[in-house]
Design a protein around this ligand. Structure first.
Ligand code: NAD
Length: 268
C-alpha cells in the first residue's frame, strides 16, 4: 500500500515516516509539507538526519495524491478540511489525526466522506478508545449525583484546548447520560463561578513541558470518587494507530469512520 504523510516534518509526521519505514504493510509514497517550508525540495532521509533515500519532500499535493492509496494527516484544521475534499476527489483514503475542528469544519469533512473514505479520530490509541467505551458505561451506570470532570495534560506546544481526546471522553460521558455535551459542558472555571451546576461535565487543560497526553475522567460522588485514567508515554502509540487505520480503511465503503470502528469497539 502506498502511504503519503501530510505534515512530514511535524512531531507526528516524523514519527509516521519512521513507522512506515519499519512496517511491512506499506511504503512511503510521498512526504508533503507546506509551501515555503525549508524541507521542500530536499531529500527526506537527509533532512531527518539520515542517509539520502531518493524521496524529496514536496508541496505538490496533487502529485502526492496521484501516487498514493492513502494519506495520513496530522496537521491543522484548515489544511485537513481542504485535504479531505481533494483526497475524496482523487480516490485516496484519508486518515485524520488533526484535532481542534469547528462545527463547520466537521460538516465539511462529513461532506467529503459522502464519496471519500475517511477515518477521523482525536486519539488513535487503543487504550483511549477503550477509555471512551468505559466512560460511557460508567456515566450510564451512575446518577447525576456523581459530578464528571475531565482533566487533561499536554506539552507546551499544543495549540487547542480542551484536547480532542478530552472532547471525545466528554461526548462519551454525555452519551452515557443521554444528554447533549454542548448543553452541559463547562470549559474551564475562573473567578466567582457560583456552585457547580448539577449535571455539568467540566473540562480542565494543563499545558507544559513534554507531556505526551494524559487524561483523567473523574466521577466525584458523596463519599467516593472513581477516576478512569489514560497516560500516553510514547507518541509512536498514535502513529501505530494511524497506520492500522490506513490499512483498515482501504477495505471500507465511502464514509467517515472512527477509531472505535477500526478497533472493533462499540460506538455507543
Ligand atoms: P506539529 O506542529 O509538530 O506538526 C504539524 C505539521 O503540519 C507541521 O510540520 C506543519 O509544517 C505541517 N503543515 C502545516 N500546513 C501544512 C500544509 N498546508 N501542507 C502540509 N503540511 C502542513 O503538530 P503535531 O504535534 O504533529 O500535531 C498535529 C495535529 O495532530 C494536532 O492537531 C494534534 O492535536 C494532533 N494529534 C492527534 C493525535 C491523535 O491520536 N489523533 C496524536 C497527536 C497529535
Amino acid at each position: 500500500m502506498r502511504m503519503a504523510v501530510m505534515g512530514a516534518s511535524g512531531r507526528m509526521g516524523q514519527m509516521l515516516v519512521r513507522l512506515i519505514d519499519e512496517s511491512d504493510q506499506g511504503i512511503l509514497s510521498a512526504a508533503v509539507e507546506r509551501a515555503g517550508h525549508d524541507w521542500i525540495g530536499r531529500d527526506l532521509g537527509q533532512v531527518m538526519g539520515s542517509v539520502a533515500r531518493g524521496l524529496v519532500v514536496t508541496d505538490d499535493l496533487g502529485a502526492a495524491l496521484a501516487s498514493s492509496d492513502v494519506i495520513i494527516d496530522f496537521t491543522t484544521p484548515a489544511v485537513t478540511v481542504a485535504l479531505a475534499q481533494a483526497a475524496a476527489e482523487a480516490g485516496v483514503a484519508h486518515v485524520i489525526g488533526t484535532t481542534g475542528f469547528s462545527d463547520s469544519d466537521l460538516a465539511a469533512i462529513a461532506q467529503a466522506a459522502r464519496t471519500g473514505r475517511i477515518v477521523r479520530a482525536g486519539n488513535m490509541s487503543l487504550g483511549v478508545n477503550l477509555l471512551v467505551t468505559l466512560t460511557q458505561q460508567v456515566a450510564a451506570a451512575l446518577s447525576v449525583d456523581y459530578d464528571i470532570e475531565i482533566v487533561e495534560a499536554h506539552h507546551r506546544h499544543k495549540v487547542d484546548a480542551p484536547s480532542g481526546t478530552a472532547l471525545m471522553l466528554g461526548e462519551a460521558a454525555a452519551r452515557g447520560r443521554d444528554v447533549a455535551l454542548a448543553e452541559v459542558a463547562d470549559r474551564g472555571r475562573d473567578g466567582i463561578t457560583g456552585a457547580r451546576v448539577p449535571g455539568a461535565i467540566g473540562f480542565h487543560a494543563i499545558r507544559g513541558g513534554d507531556f505526551i497526553g494524559e487524561h483523567d475522567v473523574i466521577f466525584a460522588g458523596e463519599g467516593e470518587r472513581i477516576t478512569l485514567r489514560h497516560v500516553a508515554s510514547d507518541r509512536a502509540l498514535f502513529a501505530r494507530g494511524a497506520l492500522k487505520a490506513a490499512v483498515w480503511v482501504q477495505e471500507q465503503a465511502p464514509g467517515e469512520y472512527a477509531m472505535l470502528d477500526v478497533l472493533g469497539l462499540p460506538r455507543g
